[in-house]
Ligand binder design. Structure first.
Ligand SMILES: *Cc1c(COP(=O)(O)O)cnc(C)c1O
Length: 398
């Protein structure tokens, strides 16, 4: 949410003029204003999807993506231990059983990690493209195809990123993006499910609105092919989301220039490495992702950076809720009611997971949010401030 201005206001005002805040019906009053539809068209165009369906959040987009991909009760779904918790919640909400697999230095599930986690009950994989980057898709698709698995992508943090020209979110059966306040583009709250599969699209469309099929002009009086719930987006949110989506290519271009500048400067420092980017041309570059030699060093560096007011964070030591060491409620299956997982049995021992790379990598990781609005002078100053913090923390002479 870095650029916000007149265009967003104009689109919102279109909606306020008619007073029709609901995406369906009211043809006579709405003056042909359909912001949710326009929002979907913008996202489809940006990422090259055949179909896009807007919903209330990135979390509900992930849930719709899961359901529309046909994942359901008792299915094992391979997930990463490093993601926002919403990924795991979406798996549990469709009644499926999350199976945690290992990641690699891309910060995403690795092909090897996925392969090791496959059992006869594995239905699919929910791959998460973390920190604005992308997973190693060639290797992952080989395992997906070899084992005939359903791939769902939670690209909540990576809208606009791609691998070899194909957008994150479009490698599998279905994908999801988030438009919450912290993502590359925001609608305040909102999400989009994308797919190239017509049936999956229709299922997501119905699933997000109590099963209505939305055929014809009178929603409410049509057919209800499947069970659903209410995950609808409002016209006001969609109005903001569609303008924000148009801004994404410009943001990505600027982010990449800043990230290259930072990596060139900081890559010179002994001990500083970066998370692996399988296709640097496809990076959305929302984060600089540094890897320090070990967890203790990373902790010292991030403390120095924070003391100097530079920012930057380590997912292991903050309670940011992105790593499995902060998910005790899931390990202990604590809910307000009952999870299907309790009926089917846990598919693995959640308290003793075999995820050595995740444990070795997340503690070493320092992520740093990149702002498209920076000037290259500001980036240069930032690079030298980060460098000073690293040298101070590691006692490496300049
Ligand atoms: C932000 C995020 C979500 C959730 O999106 P909301 O719009 O906040 O519901 C899901 N998955 C990932 C990977 C995210 O980063």
């Amino acid at each position: 949410m870095e650029f916000f201005g007149a265009a967003e206001r104009t689109e919102i005002n279109d909606v306020l003029e008619t007073g029709i805040l609901f995406r369906y019906n009211h043809e006579a009053q709405r003056n042909n204003i359909y912001k949710a539809r326009e929002f979907e068209a913008e996202v489809a165009k940006l990422v090259g999807a055949k179909y896009a369906h807007a919903v209330s959040s990135g979390s509900t987009a992930a849930l719709c993506a899961m359901a529309a991909a046909g994942i359901g009760a008792g299915d094992e779904v391979i997930v990463p231990p490093f993601t926002y918790i919403a990924t795991i919640e979406a798996v549990l909400m469709v009644g499926a059983l999350p199976v945690f697999a290992d990641i690699d230095e891309t910060l995403c599930l690795s092909a090897e990690g996925i392969r090791k986690a496959i059992t006869p009950r594995t239905k699919g994989v929910c791959l998460v493209h973390m920190c604005g980057q992308m997973a190693d898709m060639d290797a992952i698709m080989a395992v997906i195809n070899e084992h005939n698995l359903v791939l769902v992508e939670d690209a909540g943090q990576a809208m606009g990123a791609s691998y070899k020209g194909v957008s994150t979110g479009l490698w599998g059966k279905t994908g999801a993006y988030s438009f919450d306040f912290f993502k590359i583009a925001t609608a305040g709250e909102g999400g989009i499910m994308v797919t190239n599969d017509e049936v999956a699209y229709k299922h997501a469309d119905s699933y997000s609105d109590h099963g209505h099929d939305h055929i014809g002009s009178n929603r409410g009086m049509e057919q209800h092919p499947i069970l659903g719930f209410n995950y609808r987006i409002s016209e006001l949110h969609a109005a903001v989301g569609l303008v924000q989506t148009r801004r994404v290519p410009e943001i990505i271009k600027s982010n990449n220039a800043h990230k290259s500048q930072l990596m060139a400067a900081l890559g010179q420092i002994p001990g500083v490495e970066f998370a692996r980017i399988p296709d640097t041309d496809g990076d959305s570059a929302t984060f600089l992702n540094m890897l320090l030699p070990d967890t203790e060093t990373a902790q010292r560096v991030v403390a120095e950076m924070n003391a100097a007011g530079i920012g930057g964070f380590n997912y292991w030591f903050t309670n940011m809720y992105h790593f499995i060491n902060q998910w005790d409620h899931i390990k202990e299956m604590r809910t307000a009611s009952t999870l299907p997982i309790e009926k089917f049995g846990a598919p693995q021992d959640y308290k003793n997971l075999d995820i050595p790379n995740a444990q070795a990598t997340i503690g070493r990781l320092i992520s740093f949010g990149i702002r498209a609005t920076w000037t290259s002078e500001e980036v240069a100053t930032l690079a030298s401030n980060i460098e000073a913090a690293i040298r101070k923390a590691t006692l490496v002479e300049a």
